[in-house]
Design a binder for this molecule. Structure first.
Ligand code: PGA
Length: 254
């Protein structure tokens, strides 16, 4: 069976003003002039920058994603953004259930699942984030937590085409810490087995599972080489084109 097409997605979080679009332009110049890269590349900027980013990236292969969406398509929800609005502004994907949303906004698995479904409704790819806290890892609960989050957050309508899973240990996000390569491999293998059980062999094998949490140019090659790691969700190191390129270029034929 052929391997899923890797995806390297940059999550800018609450960072970026219009001046930051020059980083995306620089990245597009580098990527679009290089046919050796074998991964899809995505930038998930703050919602305010989706439309201007789409304008800057017109004609580029770089995809655009939102960082969150409301479960409804419209209505009286001051400050929220619908998946349809993300799509209308130029996004083709949306991150749902990032641990910062789960922690800061109390998002449960049920809410995350509904948001992933909202993404499907708007014909976006839903990137569903799961991952254990430091305490859960210390207690030896990692695989249980990941299973529970996956079973609660993954919609029944999930397919390898409309969904990407991102495994992000909470304690590795923005800390410079990463699990050992064996630990990453163990969790990704576990997620792969769960996906195969839920979706069947072909679909389960084809769904992309990203690793996220302190991915940097210096550790990307070894992390991306792990079996069942089909790309990365990158925070801090996606803000500068040169750093992000150092991660993307791990997926180079030459
Ligand atoms: P980080 O963030 O790369 O800055 O650790 C990853 C993420 O939260 O998606």
């Amino acid at each position: 069976m052929s391997q899923p097409l890797p995806l390297v997605a940059g999550n800018w979080k609450m960072n970026g003003l219009r001046a930051s679009l020059t980083e995306a332009e620089a990245l597009a110049r580098q990527l679009d002039g290089n046919d050796a890269i074998t991964a899809q590349v995505m930038i998930c900027p703050p919602a305010t920058l989706i439309a201007p980013l789409a304008a800057v990236l017109e004609g580029s292969s770089i995809l655009i994603g939102g960082q969150d969406c409301h479960v409804n398509a419209s209505g009286a929800h001051t400050g929220d953004i619908a998946a349809e609005m993300l799509a209308d502004a130029g996004a083709s994907a949306v991150i749902v259930g990032h641990s910062e949303r789960r922690a800061d906004h109390g998002e449960t698995n049920d809410v995350v699942r509904a948001k992933a479904e909202a993404g499907y409704r708007a014909e976006l790819i839903s990137i569903i984030c799961i991952g254990e806290t430091e305490r859960e890892r210390a207690q030896g609960d990692t695989l249980n937590v990941v299973s529970e989050q996956l079973s609660g957050s993954l919609p029944g309508a999930a397919t390898s085409g409309n969904t990407v899973i991102a495994y992000e240990p909470v304690w590795a996000i923005g800390t410079g810490l990463t699990p050992t390569l064996d630990d990453v491999g163990e969790v990704h293998q576990h997620i792969r087995a769960e996906l195969t059980r839920r979706l069947g062999g072909d679909e389960g094998a084809a769904m992309r599972i990203l690793y996220g949490g302190s991915v940097k140019p210096g550790n990307a090659a070894e992390l991306m080489a792990i079996k069942n790691v089909n790309g990365a969700l990158v925070g801090g190191a996606s803000l500068k084109a040169s750093d992000f390129w150092g991660i993307i270029s791990v997926y180079s034929e030459r």
